[in-house]
Design a protein around this ligand. Structure first.
Ligand SMILES: [Zn+2]
Ligand SMILES: [Zn+2]
Length: 310
C-alpha cells in the first residue's frame, strides 16, 4: 500500500509539477496548437494553456490538443475556456473529455465561454454518448461517471472568474461575421497574460493588453500571402475570393506590432500563423519582417509546445 502511495505521489509530480512553497507559484503560457485549419504536420490548431499555480486554463481545444497537452505535462485542465466556435478551436474537445475518464478524473469539467458554449458542449457530449455508454458497460464502476460531464458558465464580457488570486477577464474581439468571438486577459500573482482569440487588429486589444507581461496574438503575414493570392486570382477565382474573405478577419503582423507597442506589453507571442509556416528560424524571421521597427520588445513566433514565462 505504501509503495502504491509513492507511485501515485510520483505520478502527481509528473502531472502537475512539484511546487515549492518558497518560490513564486508558476505562471506561464504554453502554445499547444499554433496552426490554422489547413493541415500542417508540424502544427495542431488553436489551443493555448495557461498554468497559474496548481490551476490550469486551457483556451480552446483545437486539433491535437490532447497530444500537446500531455507533452506539456498535463492530462487535463482546471478550466476549459472557448474564444469562439470555429472548428479549428473546438475540434478535439470530445477526445479531451474522454481522456479525463481514462485518467480517472471524476469531477465535471469547468467550462467558461461566450453565449453558445452550453449548446456546443451538449452537442459534443451527445456525439460521444454512445462511446460513454460503451465505457460504462465495459468498465462498470471503474469508469468515473463525472468525466464526461460539464459545468458550463456562459459569460458576457467583463470579469468572468475571480477565484483565489486567479482572475479571467473576457472581452469582445472583431472576427466578423463570427459572433460571439472573444479574447481573454488572465491575471495571477501580479502578472498578466492576454490571449487574443481570432480577430482583426482592433483598438480594444491595445486597451485590454495594456501593460501585459505576455500578449499571445493571432497573426497573419499579408505580404507572404501576396504571391499565392495573385496566382489564385489567375487560376482559381473562387479560392482567391475565399482567401480574401479569410484575410479580412485576421490581424496583420505590422498591425500587431503597433498594438504591442501602444499597449507596452513586455513580450509578444504570435500564434494561429497565416500562412502556416514551417517551425524553423528562417521562416520565422521572414514572418516577423518589419515588426522590430515598430515594437522593440521581444517577439516570439510560437511553435507547438513552446513554454513562455513572463
Ligand atoms: Zn476563427
Ligand atoms: Zn481560428
Amino acid at each position: 500500500m505504501r509503495r502504491l502511495i509513492w507511485v501515485f505521489a510520483f505520478l502527481g509530480m509528473i502531472c502537475h509539477g512539484p511546487i515549492s512553497a518558497a518560490e513564486d507559484p508558476p505562471f506561464y503560457v504554453v502554445t499547444l496548437g499554433t496552426g490554422i485549419p489547413l493541415p500542417n504536420p508540424a502544427r495542431g490548431t488553436a489551443s493555448t494553456l495557461i498554468v497559474a499555480g496548481d490551476r490550469t486554463v486551457l483556451i480552446d481545444t483545437g486539433r491535437r490538443v490532447l497530444e500537446n497537452l500531455v507533452a506539456a505535462g498535463f492530462q487535463s485542465a482546471t478550466f476549459v475556456v472557448f474564444t469562439h466556435f470555429h472548428s479549428d478551436h473546438i475540434s478535439d474537445f470530445g477526445e479531451y473529455m474522454v481522456n479525463r475518464g481514462v485518467d480517472g478524473v471524476d469531477v465535471a469539467q469547468r467550462i467558461l465561454g461566450p453565449a453558445g458554449t452550453q449548446s456546443l458542449v451538449d452537442d459534443f457530449l451527445k456525439v460521444y454518448s454512445r462511446d460513454t455508454q460503451y465505457r460504462v458497460d465495459h468498465h462498470h464502476e471503474h469508469w468515473p461517471t463525472n468525466a464526461m460531464k460539464a459545468d458550463v458558465k456562459e459569460c458576457t464580457p467583463g470579469v468572468i472568474l475571480d477565484e483565489n488570486g486567479l482572475k479571467i477577464t473576457m472581452f469582445d474581439v472583431d472576427h466578423e461575421p463570427i459572433v460571439p468571438a472573444v479574447g481573454y486577459r488572465i491575471g495571477f500573482a501580479g502578472k498578466s497574460i492576454v490571449v487574443s482569440g481570432d480577430t482583426k487588429a482592433i483598438p480594444k486589444m491595445t486597451e485590454m493588453a495594456k501593460g501585459a507581461d505576455i500578449l499571445v496574438h493571432e497573426a497573419m503575414n499579408a505580404a507572404m500571402l501576396e504571391n499565392p493570392r495573385r496566382m489564385l486570382q489567375q487560376t482559381d477565382p473562387r479560392r482567391a475570393a475565399m482567401l480574401d474573405d479569410m484575410m479580412s478577419h485576421h490581424s496583420n503582423t505590422l498591425e500587431i506590432a503597433a498594438i504591442a507597442r501602444d499597449a507596452q506589453v513586455k513580450k509578444l507571442v504570435l500564434t494561429h500563423l497565416v500562412p502556416s509556416i514551417a517551425p524553423n528560424d528562417a521562416a520565422e524571421r521572414a514572418f516577423v519582417q518589419g515588426m522590430a521597427e515598430v515594437y522593440s520588445g521581444e517577439i516570439i513566433v510560437a511553435r507547438d509546445g513552446l513554454k513562455i514565462t513572463p
